[in-house]
Write a protein that binds this ligand. Structure first.
Ligand SMILES: Cc1ncc(C[n+]2csc(CCOP(=O)(O)OP(=O)(O)O)c2C)c(N)n1
Ligand SMILES: [Mg+2]
Length: 221
């Protein structure tokens, strides 16, 4: 697996994902490219351009929209309990999969169910055509760490979402139910991961600060 850069300019990665997939097609490698963004990203021009190009070139690209019903404080779903009415709405069509299904194969799935996500991606790959996936999720935290979402969102709902719709917790519970995981194995994992993080921090702290000319020289390569 190769992971590309993360961008703050929302959806600007979408045309690039199509470009990468086209490169894979032309080189004969035919790898799959998956790009993800929020519901807010589907209002951006670059997202539309990417859908258009992906289907014209028919390349191996999957657009995954994590639809948590909010672009910061602007809702895209009617099930999001907003404090104030009339704050606006992101789209005239709430069902995004339906909205884009005339352009591209589109799926609306439960994004909090890891197995459903896995099966959907597998199905798309087996069809060999570009696709759009609307994964319905819930925003478990504010948009950013310095934002106070209690100004516009019913905070009781956020507490409930965290209890019911955290995909990691849901998957952990499922794995416990089918006896794949237990507390002992989980503690063991956590200890190993913590140790790995501690080692990485120690290594970083003991690494000498590079000279300015080395930083610039390496950046150019
Ligand atoms: C091209 C561009 N336009 C506007 C913004 C400002 N902006 C930052 S986040 C955001 C909303 C993104 O929506 P979503 O990913 O659904 O956000 P979340 O679910 O985290 O609230 C906007 C409009 C931006 N980063 N890039
Ligand atoms: Mg969102």
């Amino acid at each position: 697996m190769r992971v590309a850069n993360f961008y703050v300019t929302i959806s600007s990665q979408c045309p690039q994902a199509v470009g990468l997939a086209l490169a894979g097609k032309l080189s004969g490698e035919n790898y799959w490219v998956l790009t993800n963004f929020g519901d807010g990203g589907t209002s951006e021009g670059e997202f539309y351009e990417a859908l258009n190009l992906a289907t014209i070139y028919n390349v191996n690209v999957i657009f995954v929209c994590e639809n948590n019903g909010l672009a910061i404080s602007v809702p895209s779903r009617k099930d999001i309990p907003m404090k104030k009415e009339g704050i606006g709405f992101q789209s005239s069509i709430e069902n995004l999969a339906k909205k884009f299904s005339n352009i591209i194969d589109s799926y609306r799935i439960d994004g909090t169910n890891i197995l459903e996500v896995y099966k959907t991606i597998k199905e798309i790959k087996s069809k060999g055509k570009p696709a759009f996936v609307e994964a319905i999720v819930y925003r478990l935290t504010p948009h950013t760490t310095d934002e106070d979402h209690s100004r516009y969102l019913d905070i009781e709902a956020v507490t409930l979402w965290n209890e019911l719709f955290d995909p990691v917790k849901k998957f952990e519970n499922y794995l416990k139910e089918i006896n794949v995981l237990n507390e002992e194995i989980i503690d063991d994992f956590k200890n190993k991961i913590n140790q790995e993080i501690e080692n990485a921090i120690e290594k970083a702290e003991n690494t000498p600060i590079p000279k300015l000319k080395d930083i610039i020289a390496n950046h150019l390569h």
